[in-house]
Design a protein around this ligand. Structure first.
Ligand code: UDP
Ligand code: MG
Length: 325
């Protein structure tokens, strides 16, 4: 029997876990031709998430968990999940039930027809501010324009990935991850389906504006060098205009004499150029920072413990970090 892993990154989600488990169990009961495992990645939660997961893993044979040594963020938590997932297909699901697990049935149907990446696009986001919706739409438009690969707007992490995609994603081990861009980059046969997003079942959103901004930056700088290159064009245009302006000023002075009226324009142009230079330095800094982080070549995460350990101990293996296989 083929196995489907449902991968759930969880950060302080104790309030939704009971409801989530119920929903998952009823979905699994509906699809008896597959074996299911729910692989929870506890991303350094400070509430009772881990305690609950331990309990569930003892009573529910489908539940597995791994416990990261601290909060690494959802992107890295997902990578840890890819490493530990045992299924022939992996469905990534948020813990908060904003994405209906019932859709997994439809995903599996498309997977059976040979699609390797069945991704769900949300049709609308209820209970979310206009501002957030607008920002995310505009952001995806910009990323789309700048990236050589297709980034699928509105397609999140809620998707079914064939084992082949998982093996591909496991090889992309950069630390500052932007998984949404990776799905497009690795290729494979894709299928889009739609769903209606719900409001969070319980608990609070873990995303703050600063986290979103960082993710947005990673999204752009990890997939596009356009921001690096655009400055040479802007610099060239500005220098050219400045040259014309200078020629005009010289001509004027020669013909009509001069007074001190040029002082404000001089100051303005210096400040303007200074600003442009600072921005371009900042852009270089963004990329340099990424190079710095990646050249350290650190493992993306560490595991404190996992539900597999009981089995492993009897086989004399221990102290496993993230170098699986
Ligand atoms: N999450 C995580 N680590 C983090 C932040 C979030 O594992 O540092 C998980 C969280 O538990 C949830 C999913 O990522 O399962 C999506 O988070 P959330 O619902 O807070 O984001 P939103 O839906 O508001 O974008
Ligand atoms: Mg959510």
């Amino acid at each position: 029997m083929k196995k489907v892993t449902i991968l759930i990154p969880a950060y302080n989600e104790e309030e939704v876990l009971p409801a989530l488990l119920d929903r998952l169990d009823s979905v699994a009961a509906f699809i008896p031709r597959y074996e299911f495992e729910y692989l929870f990645v506890n991303d350094g939660s400070s509430d009772g998430t881990l305690r609950l997961l331990k309990q569930y893993s003892e009573t529910n044979p489908r539940v597995r968990y791994i416990d990261l040594s601290r909060n690494f963020g959802k992107e890295t938590a997902m990578l840890a999940g890819f490493d530990y997932a045992k299924g022939d297909a992996v469905v990534i699901l948020d813990a908060d039930l904003q994405q209906p697990p019932e859709l997994i049935r439809e995903m599996i149907r498309w997977w059976e027809q040979g699609y390797e990446d069945v991704y769900a696009v949300r049709a609308q986001r209820e209970g979310e501010s206009r501002m957030k919706e607008w920002t995310s739409k505009t952001y995806y438009k910009v990323v789309q324009k700048m990236s050589p690969e297709k980034v699928y707007p509105l397609a999140g992490d809620f998707r079914l990935l064939d084992r082949k995609c998982i093996e591909a994603l496991r090889q992309l081990r950069e630390n500052e991850r932007y998984t949404k861009g990776m799905y497009g980059w690795i290729g494979f046969k894709k299928k889009e389906i739609t769903y209606y997003a719900d409001v969070r079942a319980a608990g609070e959103t873990k995303w703050s504006w600063t986290k979103l901004f960082k993710l947005a930056m990673d999204g752009i700088t990890s997939y596009s060098t356009a921001p690096l290159k655009v400055w040479s064009y802007i610099g060239f245009a500005i220098s050219f205009l400045a040259f014309l302006f200078l020629a005009y000023e010289i001509g004027k002075t020669l013909l009509f004499g001069t007074n001190a009226a040029g002082y404000p324009t001089l100051l303005a142009s210096i400040l303007f150029l200074g600003g442009i230079q600072l921005i371009s330095l900042g852009v270089i800094g963004e990329y340099l920072g990424r190079v710095f982080v990646e050249t350290k070549g650190r493992p993306p995460y560490f595991i404190r413990e996992s539900s597999d350990e009981a089995e492993e101990d009897t086989h004399g293996k221990k102290g496993r970090s993230n170098d699986v296989d």
